[in-house]
Design a protein around this ligand. Structure first.
Ligand code: BEZ
Length: 211
């Protein structure tokens, strides 16, 4: 059964490049990104893992832990890390789950048999401090993900989880946001002291409240 937004992210115990991890315990009350890779020693995955290693400080700034997965054994992950460092300038600096028995892949429905019986597709799960799934993404093996977009989405998820706002198309941190339609104008006036513009009764725009 597919994992849907708002579901509790299933807990698991897995061997990783940083030792045995019990997922919920490892995650604690931080945010987490769990992302899968089709296979070790493949080109697109190599570029993805090197890039995530480079921008790991950006995830840390957002109190977000990162954990990767592919359905290959631990020895292969360690060997591959050397290639990633050689070609991308950085080896993965976050745990990589060795899911050779597909335990976690099956738990998270990461294998889509009409795409491949054996490899995971490129899934991303963003999980909140409450262990609930806040975002899912699924890409095919042939398309590398945009991890800058993932950071942008995390900014939106974190902002909207603590303020009564939503973020418009292509929003970036620091730009104006939309006041949640559930708030009355009086409630909005009290909450958004920088003021707001009413373009339509359902479309009210205000400066980002936590800036
Ligand atoms: C890749 O990472 O390049 C890749 C992996 C599996 C299938 C196709 C491409």
């Amino acid at each position: 059964m597919a994992i849907r937004l708002g579901d509790t992210a299933p807990d698991f115990t897995a061997e990783t490049t940083e030792g045995t991890i019990r997922f919920h315990e490892w995650k604690g009350d931080a945010w987490a990104v769990l992302f899968s890779h089709p296979k070790d020693f493949t080109p697109v995955c190599t570029t993805e893992l090197g890039y995530v290693a480079k921008i790991r400080p950006e995830f840390e700034k957002r109190n977000t832990k990162v954990i990767g997965l592919s359905v290959d054994p631990l020895g292969a992950h360690h060997e591959w890390a050397k290639d990633i460092e050689e070609t991308q300038g950085m080896a993965p600096n976050f745990p990589m789950i060795a899911d050779a028995d597909h335990k976690v892949a099956d738990l998270y429905d990461m294998i889509h048999p009409n795409a491949s019986d054996t490899m995971t597709v490129r899934t991303v799960f963003v999980i909140g401090p409450d262990n609930k799934v806040k975002l899912t993404l699924t890409y095919p093996a042939s398309t590398g993900r945009n991890f800058d977009e993932l950071l942008r989405v995390i900014d939106s998820l974190q902002l909207t989880s603590s303020h009564s706002v939503a973020t418009p198309a292509n929003w970036k941190d620091g730009e104006d946001v939309i006041i949640a339609p559930a708030l009355t104008d009086d409630e909005a006036k009290a909450k958004f002291t920088k003021g707001f513009q009413t373009l339509k009764p359902y479309l009210r725009v205000t400066p980002q409240p936590n800036k």
